[in-house]
Design a protein around this ligand. Sequence first.
Ligand SMILES: O=C(O)CCC(=O)C(=O)O
Ligand SMILES: [Fe+2]
Length: 212
Amino acid sequence: MEPLALATPRVTSLTQCIDSVADNGWALWPGFLSADDTAALAAHTLAVHADGHFHRAGVGRASGLAIREGIRSDQVLWIDDAPPHPVLDHYREQMDQLREAINRALYLGLFDLESHLAVYPPGSAYERHLDRFRDDDLRTLTVVLYLNPPDWQDDDGGHLRFWAGGPDLEPIHIRPAGGTLAVFLSDRYWHAVEPARRTRLSVTGWFRRRPV
Ligand SMILES: O=C(O)CCC(=O)C(=O)O
Ligand SMILES: [Fe+2]
């Protein structure tokens, strides 16, 4: 059995999400995005990907700048560089609501969001890393939204491995179920993406705090 301290803090509302980030530093919100909205955002992601807009993801701002380089083989596209679409506007609106609610409750001073669409072709993965860069400590809260179809199985791989109890303890494995949002403090949690056996889709965002 999972030790109590490492139980996954599942939430189902904005209030619970904020409480969990305050109490645990992270939260997992299954059903954050409806099945229809998830399918629409996934379809747009695949269409834009098929049009050749994506590029291989780098690591850090420039090579060598990540706190701990995680080798990654996914392909990404900043959403501001993607062809406009109502599903992207809807995503931005939802993230804005989350940002405002978190700022009101937790005073994290989050002021903007950078996000990219990510496609992990079969066989691709992202090694263990932290999301904060050495040359930029403004990334404060990470939000990963999964866009995979409802029939995604454990055998399809692509789990998020999440070291909730610290880098030396066993990580939690999170299935990248479509519509699920993972929220965590960017500088606290080591995490990795296990190799996907099927094309894995997500949109990852980082809320940044205001420079002081
Ligand atoms: O897609 C995921 O589960 C995590 C992605 C990630 O760690 C990142 O893009 O920094
Ligand atoms: Fe990450």
